[in-house]
Design a protein around this ligand. Structure first.
Ligand code: SF4
Length: 341
């Protein structure tokens, strides 16, 4: 079986090339080509012919195919459907912000967290994405847009902490100088609240931003929306979040999708504010109006503004998410609610 060379860290690549009888310094050259998004070993023109032949025999370069692309006429947001070799498909989104280009990538094909509002979770987990499959979402988008990606948000389909080892491998690869040389502070990982992995992650990658999908002010509501809450209820989750900010010194973002009649009232805003009081955090309110057919409805802008005003009056920092790509349903998987109008 051929080796997935694009999922290797620079160090692993060095060991692999040595096992092929090659000098270790070649690893930097190969790694750099892979991070540029080449699809064939023959494109690695500064490698000797003999090495390219050895690589062809023993390894393969993972490359995703763009199956569908939607571009927002409003703001240029681009939503990609990528085909995987397994036959599954994943989504990624390219968004332009004032602070740079951001790509939201998927970490799994499907998801087993089964959140009630989520289209991705409805069919369960197909498989974890390899580091190469995560990386190639970024590289394919750079290739397609001709633009550099400045920030990466791992908030598409899947629960990143349920694919922890490949997530870490991906972070190592993008951080490498010979690769994308991406600062870890430019990366955000979003979780539904897997506490043990959150704690491990704070030790492993304290520079990476953490976003937690909260979506409820209490256990009663969160239990109905997110089954994970039955294993890791809110008190424990928020305690873990406090520990996380203490350890990393970094502000946590709480994602809160406003769902009509479920979690969008003034009473919910007050309860949320009370629970988050004193925390180093920011609440990202998502007044989704995406329509996909489902059992939940989004809220109007004025409802989101009322909710925001309550949080702010209680001293909680919050914003209403700018709706990029709203004409193409450009929100990411964790936020890709199946809402009806
Ligand atoms: S919201 Fe996120 S964690 Fe929940 S089922 Fe969807 S992809 Fe999985």
């Amino acid at each position: 079986m051929k080796t997935d060379i694009k999922s290797m860290t620079l160090k692993e690549l060095g060991i692999f090339l040595e096992s092929l009888g090659e000098k270790k310094y070649r690893a930097g050259q190969v790694f750099s080509w892979l991070s540029k998004g080449v699809e064939e070993f023959d494109q690695m023109t500064n490698l000797p012919f003999s090495l390219r032949e050895k690589l062809k025999e023993s390894a393969f370069i993972e490359t995703l195919t763009i199956e569908k692309l939607q571009t927002s006429q409003k703001d240029g947001t681009r939503k990609y459907l990528f085909g995987l070799k397994s036959g599954n498909a994943i989504e990624s989104v390219f968004m332009k912000y004032r602070h740079g280009n951001t790509v939201c990538i998927s970490s799994q094909a499907g998801c087993r967290m089964n959140c009630a509002f989520c289209a991705s979770g409805a069919l369960g987990l197909a498989h974890d994405l390899s580091a190469a499959e995560m990386l190639d979402q970024v590289l394919s988008i750079q290739r397609d847009t001709g633009e550099k990606v400045n920030n990466i948000v791992i908030m598409g389909t899947g629960e990143p902490f349920d694919n922890y080892d490949n997530l870490c491998r991906f972070l190592e690869i993008i951080h490498e100088k010979e690769g994308l040389n991406m600062g870890l502070r430019s990366v955000t990982v979003s979780t539904c609240g897997l506490i043990p992995q959150m704690e491990q992650f704070a030790r492993d990658y304290p520079q990476v931003n953490l976003a937690v999908s909260l979506h409820a002010p209490n256990d009663a509501i969160r239990d109905t929306l997110m089954p994970v809450n039955r294993s890791y209820p809110m008190n424990e989750l928020l305690t873990a979040c406090r520990r996380h900010t203490e350890k990393t010194g970094r502000r946590i973002t709480f994602e809160y999708a406003l769902i009509q009649g479920i979690n969008d009232g003034e009473v919910h805003a007050k309860e949320l504010a009370k629970r988050l009081s004193g925390m180093l955090c920011h609440v990202n309110l998502i007044p989704l109006n995406v329509v996909e057919g489902g059992s939940f409805s989004g809220v109007e802008r004025k409802v989101a503004e009322r909710f925001l005003a309550v949080l702010e009056s209680k001293g909680i920092q919050a914003t209403i998410r700018r709706e990029l790509g709203s004409d193409i349903g450009g929100a990411c998987g964790q936020l890709r609610l199946s809402l009806k109008s």
